[in-house]
Ligand binder design. Structure first.
Ligand code: HEM
Length: 394
């Protein structure tokens, strides 16, 4: 069989359009399995997937779409971020005014900023849920240990990407949230104050900090995340696809599950998820505007000054002890997550959520996550002036 499809005669505008389209996209709807597999091998986009996938990996509950939607959000952040970069000025004397211009002068500026802001929050939330999903199904166990560690690094980088973007609007919210975050860094014993100077380029948030955060946010961290995520997705394939019940070592009947071509089975699900994500993101962004408070004023400290929401749990713990809450717990969490697959090596119950065979690991992990969610909620909703306990909407 020839490798390229027959080129239809270009008669009229429709025939010409068809010819242009076919020159880019040679893969039609597959008529049989062989055509589907050939299409996968020929296409760069489709080649990212393994040619065949297990039907159990296609069900929604296998992934809840979390990893893929995180990927789409990363794409949305990149696209909107590039548009914003054309108009944003990373200098304290101009940053806030450029935000106002983006909101009120630039065509689709406010919508672009809204999409960027809500996609960033959603990504932090969904990547965390994705990690929980992978843990509960045992997806971090051999041979996927390295990919889990890469995932943890991607999670930390996602938090850093969001945090560095927080400063750029140069409003009161940005300035003081980053000041609080930098103070947490300063609580590291011994090297803390030096680390803060390394991060901010000075003892406090100012011009060097804005420039550093801008470069980290627009160049360094996107490249780091792009590298990590590309490797991550590649490794999902190389590690044999998703862990599903068919990976459980003690398959009762020993049968090999039937595989189906990734095209169209996986790809059309991804197209649907992409469309749903884009529609939801646009709807939220048309409905709710990203906040922009008055311009940053180093002389006027809000009370309370709060970190971004995903660090409010750490801020809440740091309120009790700057070292234990603000440094030890986050460091132990990240190191513990990285070490986890090398110590928890049992293979029973893989591919099922919260299986009886893994009840202890799943209970401990869920308890940690619930604890973090509760302290985050306390920091967000129940802390007011002087960090006093009460009921406060942010
Ligand atoms: C930037 C963030 C991330 C992106 C874009 C991403 C993307 C993906 C995608 C597309 C998949 C395959 C489908 C799915 O499971 O939903 C996947 C699987 C996986 N991810 Fe992530 N991921 C990210 C972060 C993480 C994190 C934070 C962890 C864990 C700490 C992680 C660990 C894994 C593992 C171990 C698999 C294989 C799961 C299995 O076999 O069941 N990923 N990821």
């Amino acid at each position: 069989m020839a490798d390229t499809p027959e080129v239809p005669p270009a008669t009229g505008p429709r025939g010409f359009a068809r010819r242009v389209f076919d020159s880019f996209w040679r893969v039609g709807w597959p008529r049989d399995e062989r055509a589907a597999l050939r299409a996968l091998l020929q296409s760069l986009v489709l080649h990212v997937h393994a040619p065949k996938v297990r039907p159990s990996a296609l069900t929604f509950r296998a992934t809840w779409g979390l990893g893929f939607v995180s990927l789409i959000l990363l794409g949305a952040l990149t696209a909107t971020g590039v548009y914003l970069m054309f108009y944003y000025s990373p200098h304290p004397s101009a940053a806030y005014r450029s935000m106002k211009d983006i909101d009120f002068v630039l065509p689709f500026g406010l919508l672009t900023r809204n999409v960027h802001r809500w996609a960033a929050h959603a990504m932090v939330f969904l990547v965390t849920l994705h990690m929980v999903r992978v843990f509960l199904s045992g997806g971090y166990k051999a041979p996927r240990e390295a990919n889990w560690v890469v995932g943890v690094l991607a999670w930390v980088s996602t938090l850093a990407l969001s945090f560095t973007g927080y400063l750029l609007p140069w409003d009161q919210l940005a300035f003081w949230a980053v000041t609080v975050g930098a103070n947490m860094v300063a609580a590291v014993p011994g090297v803390g104050p030096d680390l803060r100077v390394l991060l901010l380029g000075d003892a406090a948030v100012g011009e060097p900090a804005l420039l550093r955060f801008y470069v980290l946010h627009c160049v360094v961290l996107p490249l780091v995340i792009l590298g990590l995520v590309s490797f991550h997705v590649f490794r999902v394939r190389k590690d044999g696809g998703l862990v599903t019940t068919e990976h459980a070592p003690a398959l009762p009947d020993g049968t090999r599950p039937r595989m189906v071509p990734a095209w169209p089975h996986l790809l059309y699900r991804e197209v649907v998820l992409t469309l749903v994500t884009v529609v939801v993101l646009l709807a939220v962004s048309l409905w709710v505007d990203a906040p922009l408070e008055p311009e940053a004023d180093p002389a006027r400290t809000p009370n309370p000054a709060k970190a971004p929401w995903y660090f409010l749990g750490v801020q809440e713990l740091a309120h009790y002890s700057a070292f234990w809450g603000g440094v030890f717990v986050p460091a132990a969490l990240v190191l513990g997550l990285c070490a986890l697959p090398y110590f928890d090596r049992g293979t029973a119950g893989l591919g099922r959520y919260f299986p009886r065979e893994r009840w202890l690991a799943c209970t401990l992990f869920s308890a940690t996550m619930v604890f973090l969610a509760v302290v985050t909620l306390i920091g967000t909703l129940f802390r007011g002036p002087g960090w006093a306990f009460g009921w406060y909407w942010p």
